[in-house]
Design a protein around this ligand. Structure first.
Ligand SMILES: C[S@@+](CC[C@H](N)C(=O)[O-])C[C@H]1O[C@@H](n2cnc3c(N)ncnc32)[C@H](O)[C@@H]1O
Length: 284
């Protein structure tokens, strides 16, 4: 099924790309055929991932090397491309020399499923849906904040953080920290330290939950998770005459979250520290 879909994609490419598509494959020996990503789509993927010279980009199934060469030439990044096709690897090494980026990029003939992804800050992919689904568990274990960008295909049922369409679909995912569980939160509010129990549930980067101020449940509003950054709002309604929203922002480091909260808005706003410790995982 996916193969036929891909051949259609290939035929569209052939019409659009002329010479580069002439090298693209209609038959393939590896998990995905070689079909090059158009340069305008590569730029969009790298723009979405906000690639900078501090980034280490890995292109999984790097084809003729064009994604990584653009990342180095136009965005100053370093990185590694892996592909099983030895001819494409040799061509990529040559193209990197011509482009003057050999000191920043490396191309290795190896299986993407056997490649250590740990050093990547950005991963780029143009792979078939089945391959992406197989990669999904490993991608979810990467360091929170790692950006994943894909041309045309999604990663299983994982909803992208951003989708754009400039000729083709480009998707961005930011690997989320694991925040599911029960947390004990302490915050330095006016009048002294306060404690709150917090229960968070998570599906990828989508979260919800509730808090418990003393013996009263308290809804969590506007929960957001991006990489290791968490934010949410709770209404402090302990004093009906002095209610205020508590805007929490924090950074997740394993079983600890630390950050600041703003109480209220405008001139009345006050800023306080908060900290949470995970006490257990949420039961299914
Ligand atoms: C659709 S092309 C994408 C090329 C390049 N990333 C781009 O966007 O222009 C997919 C590439 O993945 C390579 N490939 C397929 N299975 C692979 C595997 N298991 N490990 C490494 N590379 C693989 C193919 O040889 C092909 O060059």
């Amino acid at each position: 099924m996916h193969k036929y879909l891909f051949i259609n994609v290939f035929l569209v490419f052939s019409a659009l790309l002329g010479t580069s598509a002439a090298r693209a494959q209609t038959h393939w020996q590896f998990d995905v055929p070689f079909v090059p990503t158009p340069h305008v789509v590569i730029e969009e993927m790298l723009r979405l991932a906000k690639v900078t010279p501090q980034d280490f980009v890995m292109d999984l199934g790097s084809g003729d090397g064009r994604v990584l060469i653009s990342a180095a030439q136009k965005f100053g990044a370093r990185g590694i491309g892996v592909d099983l096709d030895g001819e494409l690897i040799a061509e990529s090494i040559e193209s990197a020399k011509v482009a003057g980026v050999s000191d920043r990029v490396q191309f290795l003939q190896q299986d993407l499923f056997k490649t250590d992804l740990g050093q990547a800050t950005v991963i780029t992919m143009y792979l078939l849906p089945g391959v992406m689904a197989r990669l999904q568990p490993r991608l979810l274990e990467l360091k929170p904040g790692t950006r994943l960008v894909s041309h045309d295909f999604r990663i299983g049922d994982w909803k992208p953080d951003v989708t754009t369409q400039i000729r083709k679909n480009a998707f961005l995912w930011i690997v989320p920290a694991k925040v599911e569980g029960r947390w004990q939160l302490t915050m330095a509010l006016p009048g002294g330290e306060h404690r709150m129990d917090l229960e968070l549930r998570q599906k990828y980067q989508e979260i919800d939950g509730f808090g418990q101020f003393g013996d009263r449940p308290s809804q969590i509003w506007e929960p957001r998770l991006s990489g290791d950054r968490l934010s949410f709002v709770i209404v402090d309604d302990r004093d009906r005459d002095n209610e205020a929203a508590l805007y929490f922002e924090g950074q997740i480091k394993g079983d600890v979250i630390e950050g600041q909260l703003r109480r209220g808005a405008g001139k009345a706003q006050t800023v306080h520290g908060w900290r949470a410790q995970r006490v257990s995982a949420v039961k299914p």
